[in-house]
Design a protein around this ligand. Sequence first.
Ligand SMILES: [Fe+2]
Length: 241
Amino acid sequence: MIDLHCHLLPGIDDGAPDFEETLRMARKGWEDGIRTVVATPHLFWGQRLNRYADVRKLASEAELFLKEHDVPMRILPGMEVPTQPKTLQLLKSGPLPTLGESVCLLLEPPFGGIPHDMPEYVERLTQAGYRLLLAHPERCRSVQERPDCLDAVFPPDLPIQLTSHSLVGEFGPSAQETAVRLLSSGRPIILASDSHASHRRIPGLRDAAEVAARVVGTAYAHQMVTDLPMALLEDRPVWPP
Ligand SMILES: [Fe+2]
């Protein structure tokens, strides 16, 4: 399986603080069946702007460290890009970080709600050549209140990433119900862990894929953690259930 959203790189955001925790997280993911992780630290963290060059370097160091500790997991560089004005400012000065050097950009909406100017983000980022993957919309309060409102601000043919822990109920019934409902939204769906630690919200996809299988069937649920994330990494088309 492939996990497209994970905060396992050490000391760069609110994910793993050091390489030991990176290893513990990777071991959990490996036991679950994850073989490729796209490491996606937050683009902005505190007062810091994380640089893609540093993430690339850290991802290859982490991959080597894991290999030395018998976890031969592939670690690709990525980042989680927020829908904030400073992202559009940054766009003017150069390329934004994507998932594993593809054209796919992991776009994170605020938990409070999808911003009203989301269509402007979609337009400007798409015009700049990026393909958008919306991170965990099921965790947005406005989407939880009205799941159908998402289509008005984020084009219905674009893929969304549901967080595995939402589907298994770790974020409460509202996120779980919304995630289950979005599975049938007609959009391409990716499952990812958005894991931050080895002891809670751990890198794991298998349980969530089983939940999804009851809604979209076993074949598509399997594709959500294998073929679809691979298609995004290889800049190929993705498909709905
Ligand atoms: Fe994240």
